[in-house]
Structures are given as structure tokens and as C-alpha cells.
Design a protein around this ligand. Structure first.
Ligand SMILES: [Zn+2]
Length: 339
């Protein structure tokens, strides 16, 4: 059959997004779950390995090799289809590709292209460069599913370099006062960013908890240089007991030491909230702030925007003011759009 005839007989496949115990993307022939807590059946696209993005029952997974490596530290027994950054795979009547989302090692945005429509799912998104990762670049989309963790105009972060300078200053002051600076942070992402910061600007050993160490191994395996000593090794324990070091953990538990341990957190919420019981709180986030999210949308130029997580109502309102067709994607059996 000549090519022109083929195109006439081809059914146009539009993309529907719905939320039913999790995010689902549907076309005429394909159903995909996105990072969904409720997806015990079918194929799930996992944007990154933070626990709130991983289904309880993992069956069939599409993810980057980096994300799969980290997943396999904690979970096993799932079928995995590899999707490297820049690669494209065909599945049913769609093509799926992944681009970096700038959030943590391996974190991806997914482009689902039906030929008729392009849907982009950002996952957790950071548009700013960090000392470890490049910021996410916008992808042209017809439909955009975007997170709004910090989608309120109240969240405008200081420049990352300023936050880095304050963290370094606090570490130096704490060590000079004869105490041990310690960070309670996400084991995936923030821990490695602080580790890299210390490695780059200070000649001080970094001691790490078990989870932080295991994930840091995967960063190193994927070409990101990090220097650290796990607390569960003789050398790590010895350096820690001497006290001139930085400790990084995902739980606030003091390893044995004669010196006082001073704890800090690093999270975007520190911009507006106090963290009682901690000596310092740095507004360092793996997510975009409000201006970063707006910039992403303006560059992506979507016809329809579905907002999820965080300041959903506020972000929808702000996008509508800017002339975008934005919706809150509510939990529902209802279809947002018809195939
Ligand atoms: Zn995340």
C-alpha cells in the first residue's frame, strides 16, 4: 500500500491522562502507569527511585539504568525495560523517551508520543544546575503533567551558590568549635550533593550512613566522583571517632563519639519553616522553585497542563493568569479527555 494510503487509514491516537489510585496515561492501544502507588498491574514508568514514586507491587518497569540500579538496592523481583536518556522505545501505539529531570541520579522526564499528540510527564523536576547534575531542559509538549511541590509564589530559592557558601561556612565553624557537623537529608540526591560540595571545597573526610553509602556507590558506578567513608567500616568509624569530619545520614542517629554532634537539614521547606531540634536548616532543594516551574511551562508551551503534588491550586491559578489551560488532576474515574 502506498504511504499516502497508509496515513489515511491510520487511526489518530490521542492521549488521555487520568488519576485512579495513581497516574495513568491511555491511548487507543496502550495503558501506562506513571510512578503510581496504585499500579499493581501493567507497565509502570518510574521517573526516579525516591520511595514515594515507587509502586508497592513492582511488576513491569520502564526506567533509566541508573534508577533501576538504585531500585535494586531495596527491591527485587521485577521485570525491567531499560530506557536510557535520549533513547526511544516503541510500546503499543506510542513511542516513549526519557530526558534528565535534574532531580537525582537517573531521574527522568518522560515524553510519550502517539504521533498525534506529545505528552510530557516531568516527574520530580529541578531546572537548575547543581554541583552534581545539570538542570532539566523543557520539552515541547501538547499535554504536560507537571509537579508543583513548590508551585507557590512564596517559594523563590536563593541562588544555589549562596546556599552552598552558607553550608560550607557552617561546616567550618562547627569543626572549629570542636564539634561534628552532621546532615539529616534524603539518602538519594541531597546526600550526594552535600558530599560533593564537601569533597570539592573542603579537605575534610565525609562519613556516611549505610543507605547513603549504598546509593553513593551507584553515583560512582555511573561516573560521578564522590569520596566518602561508610560509618560501618573500621576506617569510617575510626575517622568519625577522631571527629574532624562531616557526617551525612538519612536518619538522625548519633554514632558513637566523644564530640558533640550538631545536626542540620537541607530542604526547600527550610525557606519558610523552622526546624526545631536542628542547629541549622538550609533551603537546598532537588525541586524547582516557583519561577523555575513557570519557566519550564513557558518553554514547553503545552496546550493542556495537568498539575500534581504540592501547591496544586496555587500553581493552576498562576498558570491560568498567564493564559495557560491548566487543570488540577483530581483523583477520579472520570476521563479528562476522550480518546
Ligand atoms: Zn523525588
Amino acid at each position: 500500500m502506498p504511504i499516502e494510503d497508509l496515513s489515511k487509514t491510520r487511526r489518530l491516537s490521542r492521549i488521555t491522562v487520568l488519576r485512579r489510585g495513581g497516574l495513568i496515561v491511555k491511548t487507543l492501544e496502550t495503558e501506562l502507569w506513571l510512578d503510581s502507588a496504585g499500579s499493581s498491574e501493567g507497565l509502570t514508568l518510574i521517573s526516579h527511585a525516591h520511595s514515594d514514586h515507587i509502586p508497592r507491587n513492582l511488576r513491569k518497569v520502564i526506567s533509566t539504568p541508573e534508577t533501576a540500579c538504585i531500585l535494586k538496592i531495596f527491591r527485587d523481583g521485577f521485570d525491567w525495560i531499560s530506557l536510557r536518556f535520549g533513547e526511544r522505545i516503541e510500546f503499543g501505539d506510542v513511542r516513549i523517551s526519557a530526558e534528565p529531570s535534574g532531580h537525582v541520579l537517573g531521574s527522568s522526564q518522560f515524553l510519550i508520543d502517539s504521533g498525534d499528540e506529545r505528552l510530557v510527564y516531568t516527574g520530580d523536576l529541578n531546572v537548575y544546575d547543581s554541583i552534581v547534575l545539570k538542570g532539566a531542559k523543557s520539552i515541547d509538549a501538547d499535554k504536560l503533567v507537571i509537579e508543583a511541590t513548590y508551585g507557590s509564589p512564596n517559594y523563590i530559592f536563593p541562588r544555589r551558590e549562596e546556599i552552598y557558601a552558607k553550608i560550607i561556612d557552617w561546616i567550618i565553624r562547627t569543626i572549629k568549635s570542636g564539634e561534628i557537623p552532621a546532615f539529616k537529608v534524603y539518602a538519594l540526591g541531597k546526600a550526594q550533593e552535600i558530599m560533593k560540595l564537601v569533597n570539592t571545597y573542603l579537605k575534610i573526610p565525609v562519613i556516611t550512613s549505610w543507605t547513603v553509602s549504598k546509593i553513593a556507590e551507584k553515583y560512582v558506578d555511573h561516573g560521578i566522583k564522590l569520596s566518602y567513608l561508610p560509618i560501618y567500616t573500621d576506617e569510617g568509624l575510626e575517622v568519625f571517632s577522631q571527629g574532624e569530619c562531616v557526617y551525612i545520614a538519612s536518619k538522625r542517629r548519633n554514632p558513637p563519639s566523644k564530640k558533640k554532634i550538631r545536626w542540620a537539614v537541607a530542604t526547600g521547606w527550610a525557606l519558610r519553616y523552622r526546624y526545631s531540634g536542628f542547629d541549622e536548616a538550609f533551603p537546598l532543594s532537588g525541586h524547582s522553585d516557583y519561577p523555575g516551574l513557570i519557566r519550564y511551562v513557558e518553554e514547553s508551551k503545552p496546550r493542556e497542563i495537568y498539575v500534581i503534588h504540592g501547591f496544586v491550586k496555587s500553581f493552576v491559578k498562576q498558570l491560568r493568569r498567564r493564559g495557560f489551560n491548566a487543570l488540577e488532576l483530581r483523583e477520579s474515574q472520570m476521563r479528562i479527555d476522550k480518546c
